[in-house]
Design a protein around this ligand. Structure first.
Ligand SMILES: Cc1cc2nc3c(=O)[nH]c(=O)nc-3n(C[C@H](O)[C@H](O)[C@H](O)COP(=O)(O)OP(=O)(O)OC[C@H]3O[C@@H](n4cnc5c(N)ncnc54)[C@H](O)[C@@H]3O)c2cc1C
Length: 383
């Protein structure tokens, strides 16, 4: 399938595939996960390839690319692991948010420090009592002279503890008729006095890490406001479709890698004198999985194409996120069955795939939340 990619897009796909083979093959991604470290060569590699500036205008020092290039990279990096791909997607989406809604000084910071990987961005919406119900967030920012003063608790902030990270944090600055009103986006340096941060022990996502943040009288200059005061909800939604298209690409890449790995195993493992892949019980399930992966890929690429063409696609992006994430979970589960005892050994890459797949249908909006949106687009209320 080439989807009418330009020669440049095909070349990008090839280069990204070679990057994964040389810098972050799955075995290495697994080791990094086990060590719980973001290896410098990974993020520096993104910067050296000039991928961190891809979606920004050339005149701002970026690459002038768009959603299709980003989705290609997300898919290829997904062949290493979901965590590796999210390392790229997370910082791109939040850099875009700062670029589009920040000040000229923020844009300068991006050109000087973010495109070459000196700093990176994370996002913090979730709180202990506000997960799927994002707009119920309670962390507050009060204006005090030239500063905002932040108090509250945040959870699940991916990558917050990595060096050079700035957080786009959503906080309550006012009240309105709806809970979506009165939310603002503020750029927070997690090394600021008053921020206490703890890494949450998790099944996977250990390269980036996920963090809990306690904020006690944290002072942030008012210039760090990203977008209008009390207008944070719209800021949050700006790149949601692109984010979902990229995440869907990552799920497709990692699901395909998972299938390729079980297929290779099933062709060399023999039992009862036959390759196990030739037992119809397994052959059919792997064939059906390839159908699901191709369907997920088509949905992911449709979403990326619609974003790049400027066509609103919240329904299509939700479909791609839903199908891709569920397909990765199904692929990892089948992989464990095909590899059987060998998969259950924590030395296997498959055991790593299985551990990290679980989060696909949770982070970035659960499968149920995607289905709610799709159902609403069909005229159903779906609470
Ligand atoms: C590894 C990881 C990384 C993350 N990274 C970030 C990050 O960087 N920044 C950030 O802000 N957040 C992040 N999150 C948080 C993530 O977005 C939330 O976990 C997710 O939105 C779900 O919220 P919750 O876990 O509180 O589950 P809940 O919202 O409590 O949901 C529990 C269950 O109820 C279901 N449910 C809830 N509401 C409805 C409804 N209306 N209809 C049907 N079913 C419903 C859910 O689908 C789920 O099955 C991350 C989470 C994880 C696990």
């Amino acid at each position: 399938m080439d989807f009418g990619y330009t020669p440049e897009q095909k070349a990008l796909e090839q280069v990204a595939r070679e990057f994964v083979s040389s810098v972050c093959p799955p075995e290495r991604a697994k080791e990094w996960d086990e060590q719980g470290t973001l290896p410098p060569e990974l993020f520096k590699g993104f910067a050296d390839m000039e991928w961190l500036g891809i979606p920004f205008p050339v005149e701002a020092g970026g690459g002038g690319g768009g959603a299709i290039e980003l989705a290609i990279l997300a898919e290829e990096l997904g062949r290493a692991s979901l965590d590796v791909s999210m390392c790229f997607t997370g910082t791109i989406i939040n850099s875009l948010c700062v670029f589009e809604h920040g000040t000229d000084a923020h844009r300068e910071l991006l050109a000087q420090e973010a495109f070459d990987g000196k700093i990176r961005f994370a996002v913090s919406m979730s709180e202990p009592d506000s997960g799927s119900d994002v707009a119920a967030l309670r962390t507050r920012a009060e204006r005090d002279g030239g500063d905002f003063v932040l108090n509250g608790q945040k959870m699940w902030c991916t990558g917050a503890g990595l060096p050079g990270t700035q957080i786009v944090m959503y906080v309550r600055t006012g009240e309105g008729d709806k809970k979506h009103d009165g939310i603002s986006a503020i750029l927070v340096d997690p090394s600021s006095p008053g921020v206490e941060m703890h890494q949450t022990p998790t099944l996977a996502r250990h390269i980036l890490g996920t963090y809990e943040l306690y904020l006690s009288d944290v002072r942030v200059p008012v210039d760090n406001l990203i977008g209008p005061l009390d207008g944070g909800w719209k800021v949050m939604l700006t790149n949601l479709e692109l984010e979902r298209a990229m995440m869907s690409g990552a799920y497709v890449g990692v699901a395909q890698a998972t299938l390729d790995e079980m297929l290779a195993y099933s062709k060399q493992r023999t039992q009862f004198g036959r390759q196990i892949g030739n037992f119809q019980a397994l052959a059919h399930r792997m064939a059906a999985l390839q159908v699901d992966i191709d369907a997920a890929r088509l949905l992911a690429r449709r979403a990326a194409w619609m974003v790049s063409a400027g066509i609103p696609c919240s329904r299509e992006a939700a479909m791609a996120k839903y199908k891709g994430s569920e397909t990765y979970v199904a692929a990892a589960r089948l992989g464990m069955q095909v590899l059987a005892g060998h998969g259950f050994s924590t030395e296997s890459v498959m055991s790593f795939r299985w551990r990290e797949s679980i989060v696909a249908t949770i982070s970035g909006g659960t499968s149920e939340i995607q289905l709610n949106g799709i159902a609403r687009s069909m005229g159903l209320r779906s609470y």
